[in-house]
Design a protein. Structure first.
Ligand SMILES: Cc1cc2nc3c(=O)[nH]c(=O)nc-3n(C[C@H](O)[C@H](O)[C@H](O)COP(=O)(O)O)c2cc1C
Length: 649
């Protein structure tokens, strides 16, 4: 069904795959306009086979910039040249966007200044104007009710095929702030009952319909469930109130999203910890309540799953957001039977286009790979993601590659991290690169330790060292029974006992949750100065981890938000000794305690593995280091450093 056409009003889609609205459009952040870089970005996605290209959100102020409509017209032409249709998402920002006021009071009377982002970042200034939000005036409401219809008409005239009114995502967007009982505390005709809270977006939609005529498609992105429990919008409310009201206002299609950027971003920026397609039941519920087409979205990276959702009648169109960021060619590869070549999103939320850790080609100027001027024989030492990515790019440029890896399998640290069920999505990238090694006929030799004689045997023109990093082991933990480093523990999970202490709050925080889920008794300890949990992870991942581990004061109604009692987290700990009784610690007050353990997992800093470099230096005409062995970093730095070298060698 994915490749069957679909009509929505005057728009005929060639297939049912759409690019979800993403505010990661190059150029737009700096100019607030569609630029040539933005056009190239969307061109890649249209060329890759998606039938509908939806832009990220544009507020009225951006749509009114002189020349804006000419740029949309240019973009529409490019998108049409690939047989795809263009939609533009429009909607007024809420307080989080920094470009609009919000219904007041906000967000909660008991904790007026408490927000998750403030908690996470310690930066009150992250949200412009958060402490000075004023109630939006009726004059302003009238201005927006009149402005969006004019903008929709102008977009239609510019050749844009549909518009999508953004009524989702809680406090991030003004319409959702109005619809939400959690955020809207107004006492006039725009607050209180469902009818009142829906009034402003519904009147805007009605005006839009009148402005664009009966056939022009108006999509509405709704917040089916704010994921805030009964205090916020629930799916039952949506089906009962929002769906019929929007139908009556004349919309053409529902795009079903969920969550609030402020308090439940896991519905929007969905981390890898959540199951693929985890929110499709919201689209399904809306579909049961309407005859209009329904779009389903959320952590869908696998087109077999997308096809299944369509066949089961859960949605009519599937939006792919981050998946088309990590691989714009996903639809074409799937249609051509090349699904195994799809670079599946890992859900890391480390950039999502600005940049994307697994897709260096994210920036349009990086797309073209030039053939190497001189074809070289290149020896790559280390088959982690940096080594494999370098091998892939060098091979595509025409070099001859030998890749050696000391372990029996490829993937290095990323493959080890993927052993944790919570982080299993990391395997997507290891699998993709493994497939590429095979497709590109790369000479991969596993169980081969690098040394000077390997270089003498292979006689490469260039050597790329990609030997990764290893975990630091504190002196007092060395050779003690029951002690494993984080990677050893991941690789040998059956060796992990019932009582576990994890020393280190970065990756250790994720691992602690995962082990506790398996039923282990876990204590997570961090030293003085290390008081941020999961500091390695992007904000939206950290948000979820922190919420699991500490007692957040953010008010949420759902039981799921409650702090877990296992794992236990101890901050400001000094480790004194590791004895047969356990790990001996003192806390901030100097109180001594012994934590018994079956397994102590050390998850502290990492150091680069580049010792071999001195042994082999000078044995080949060119020699380079990439990834963790150049500087211990993350997937992004590994993949980036591999590309920067492999594109010029
Ligand atoms: C970087 C980023 C920017 C986003 N910007 C928008 C936006 O402008 N408007 C919107 O409605 N949703 C936005 N979203 C939500 C996506 O449209 C989509 O619902 C979400 O990413 C889940 O889909 P996915 O798992 O396929 O990426 C954004 C998400 C991300 C990760």
């Amino acid at each position: 069904m994915l490749f069957e056409p679909l009509e929505i009003g005057s728009m005929k889609l060639k297939n049912r795959i759409g690019l979800a609205p993403l505010l990661n459009m190059p150029g737009v952040w700096t100019t607030f306009m569609i630029t040539d870089a933005t056009i190239k970005w969307f061109e890649q996605r249209a060329k890759g086979g998606a039938g509908l290209i939806m832009t990220g959100n544009f507020v009225l102020e951006m749509l009114g910039i002189p020349g804006a409509m000419d740029q949309f017209a240019k973009l529409a032409k490019v998108v049409h040249s690939y047989g795809a249709k263009l939609g533009v998402q429009i909607g007024p920002g809420g307080p989080l966007s920094g470009v609009g006021p919000s219904p007041m009071p906000y967000p909660d009377k008991r904790h007026p200044k408490q927000s998750i982002f403030q908690y996470m970042t310690g930066q009150l200034s992250f949200i412009p104007g958060i402490e000075t939000i004023t109630e939006i005036t009726k004059e302003e409401i009238e201005r927006l009710k009149g402005g969006f219809p004019l903008a929709a008409k102008a977009l239609k005239e510019a050749g844009v095929d549909c518009v999508e009114l953004h009524c989702a995502h809680g406090a991030a967007m003004l319409f959702c702030s109005f619809i939400s009982p959690f955020y809207n505390r107004r006492e006039d005709e725009y607050g209180g009952s469902w009818e009142n809270r829906l009034r402003f977006p519904m009147e805007t939609l009605k005006n839009m319909r009148a402005a664009v005529g009966p056939d022009y498609p108006i999509l509405a992105r709704i917040d089916a469930d704010e994921l805030l429990g009964p205090g916020g919008i629930t799916i039952e409310d949506t089906v009962k109130f929002t769906v019929p009201a929007m139908e009556a206002a004349g919309i053409s299609c529902f795009d079903v999203s969920q969550g609030s950027i402020m308090h439940s971003p896991e519905g929007i920026n969905i981390p890898l910890y959540f199951k693929r397609g985890c929110y499709i039941h919201h689209a399904e519920a809306v579909k049961k309540a309407t005859k209009l087409p329904v779009i389903g979205v959320g952590r869908i990276v696998d087109l077999d799953m997308a096809e299944k959702f369509l066949q089961e009648g859960k949605a009519d169109i599937i939006y792919l957001g981050r998946q088309l960021t990590s691989d714009p060619e996903t639809p074409n590869k799937y249609a051509q039977g090349r699904a195994e070549e799809i670079r599946k999103c890992i859900g890391c939320l480390e950039g999502c286009g600005n940049p994307c850790p697994i897709n260096y080609d994210i920036f349009p100027e990086a797309v073209l790979l030039t053939p190497a001027e001189k074809k070289k024989k290149i020896l790559i030492i280390g088959g982690g993601v940096a080594g494999m990515e370098a091998a892939r790019v060098c091979a595509l440029r025409g070099h001859q590659i030998v890749l050696i890896e000391k372990e029996a399998a490829l993937g290095g640290t990323v493959a080890a991290l993927a052993q944790d069920p919570l982080a299993a999505e990391f395997k997507n990238f290891v699998d993709y690169l493994g497939t590429q090694m095979r497709k590109l006929n790369i000479d991969v030799r596993v169980c081969r330790e690098a040394n000077a004689s390997v270089i003498e045997e292979i006689k490469p023109d260039a050597v790329i060292l990609a030997t990764g990093a290893s975990l630091r082991m504190p002196e007092l933990a060395k050779n003690k029974p029951g002690v494993l480093d984080h990677v050893e523990a991941l690789k040998n999970r059956p060796a992990i006992g019932q009582k576990v202490v994890i020393w280190g709050l970065m990756y250790g925080a994720e691992f602690a949750i995962s082990l506790a889920r398996e039923g282990k008794d876990v204590t997570l300890i961090g030293e003085a100065g290390e008081d941020t949990l999961a500091s390695h992870a992007s904000m939206n991942r950290r948000w979820w981890i922190v919420r699991k581990l500490v007692d957040m004061t953010v008010v949420r109604a759902s039981a799921e938000a409650q702090k877990l009692s296992n794992p236990k987290v101890l901050f400001h700990i000094k480790v004194e000794d590791i004895s047969s009784e356990g790990i001996v610690i003192t806390d901030k007050e100097g109180k001594r305690n012994v934590l018994p353990f079956d397994t102590l997992i050390i998850s502290r800093g990492r150091k680069k593995n580049d010792e071999i470099f001195t042994e082999i230096e000078g044995k080949a005409p060119e020699m380079y280091k990439i990834g963790d062995c150049a500087a211990a970093g993350n997937i992004l730095s590994s993949v980036w450093s591999a590309n920067e070298l492999a594109r010029k060698i």
